[in-house]
Design a protein around this ligand. Structure first.
Ligand code: NAP
Ligand code: ZN
Length: 347
């Protein structure tokens, strides 16, 4: 086993603190890489606080991971020592079911996908994430990243990026569409960048009036403060798509009323409580309510390659790992422009 160190939560009510643990030896198909940066996703906070239930402790969070390859197994073909490498939200899946064969490993119907942390590998051992010094992952779940982009700003693409890219691509959002991005946080700001890049008219629906100027700098065409009834009224029945990135309970009926006939509301945010929707809110206008989970490995690589070719990265604020709880507090208040990234040299 390989001695490793990270920051872990020992229970749902304790703060993250330094923790020593072990990772598996590098197998014939494994890549081991030193973690240089790791993004801070709202899912990290949901899971260390066990807001979705079933959390496994001790938990080392982190699934927006970038670094440099230190060691590869004898049969590894895609990576060599010194390469840049990245891992997102999954480290394994059954690889034989129809979903895995279609590159939709996140929806694996065989064994289910293995999460990068708060999950169990095929050997039954818990997985530990990116708030740590290195990681060992099967090469099929390791992504290539370009050395042309700022490395810390690439890290959030591994979750915030692919989680917004995948539904926008699946529903073919682009020219001629009016897209609303609900919530301007880590996921939301990537949704704005991709929506604009794909040619949609992008409106940010936000609870934070102070984010308007920054939203327009990201390329948003309109900005609607959701606490202002007049502004909300101006976009009733207006949107083809709403991409909902909100992490807390919110009024689904209100937002569904902003869709035009046949419009689609796509949830990517995962509040801890079930959402409440009255049938009338979707019946009137034959609307669709959908949800989407991260993205498969081939489309994650496609997204990373697209970002390298089009110079797209995340807007980040770098932090020392000891300040992780201050970062969580600010994230909860919506006070981050737009993703915290941990400089793992501070571990
Ligand atoms: P984040 O950075 O905290 O952004 C969430 C944004 O939602 C906030 O910045 C805020 O934007 C808005 N918001 C927060 N509370 C709200 C409320 N009560 N009502 C209305 N808006 C509110 O979080 P994130 O990292 O982007 O993650 C967002 C959600 O997506 C989380 O639930 C996370 O677990 C989930 N997620 C899902 C997937 C998936 O595969 N589906 C993957 C990753 C993350 P404004 O200030 O603009 O209002
Ligand atoms: Zn995430």
């Amino acid at each position: 086993m390989i001695p490793s160190k990270g920051y872990a939560a020992q229970s749902a009510t304790t703060d993250l603190a330094p923790w020593n643990f072990e990772r598996r030896e590098v197998g014939p198909h494994d890549v081991q890489f030193d973690i240089l940066y790791c993004g801070v996703c709202h899912s990290d906070l949901h899971q260390i606080r066990d807001e979705w239930g079933g959390s496994i402790f001790p938990m080392v969070p982190g699934h927006e991971i970038v670094g440099k390859v230190k060691k590869v197994g004898a049969h590894v073909k895609k990576f060599k020592f010194g390469d840049l490498a990245a891992v997102g939200c999954m480290v394994d899946s059954c690889r034989v079911c129809p979903e895995c064969n279609a590159g939709l490993e996140q929806y694996c119907t065989g064994t289910g996908m293995v999460g990068t942390y708060n999950s169990r590998g095929k050997d039954g051992a818990p997985t530990y994430g990116g708030y740590s010094n290195h990681i060992v992952v099967h090469e099929d779940f390791v992504l290539h990243i370009s050395d042309k982009l700022s490395l810390p700003a690439v890290a959030p693409l591994l979750c915030a990026g692919i989680t917004t890219w995948s539904p926008l691509r699946h529903w073919k959002v682009g020219k001629g569409h009016k897209l609303a991005v609900l919530g301007l946080g880590g996921l939301g700001h990537m949704a704005v960048k991709f929506g604009v890049a794909f040619g949609a008219e992008v409106t940010v629906l936000s609870t934070s009036p102070s984010k308007e100027a920054a939203a327009r700098q990201l390329g948003a065409h309109k900005f609607v403060v959701t606490s202002d009834p007049a502004q909300v009224k101006s976009v009733k029945g207006y949107f083809d798509f709403i991409l909902d990135t909100v992490s807390a309970p919110h009024d689904m009926g209100l937002y569904l009323s902003l869709l035009r006939t046949d419009g689609t509301h796509i949830c990517v945010g995962i509040p801890s409580d079930p959402i409440q929707v009255h049938t009338f809110s979707i019946m009137a206008g034959r609307k669709s309510l959908a949800a989407s989970g991260i993205g498969g490995i081939p489309e994650t690589q496609e997204m990373l390659d697209y970002c390298a070719a089009n110079n797209i990265v995340s807007d980040i604020e770098m932090i020392d790992i000891k300040d992780i709880h201050k970062a969580y507090e600010r994230m909860l208040k919506g006070d981050v422009r737009y993703r915290f990234v941990i400089d793992m040299a501070t571990l």
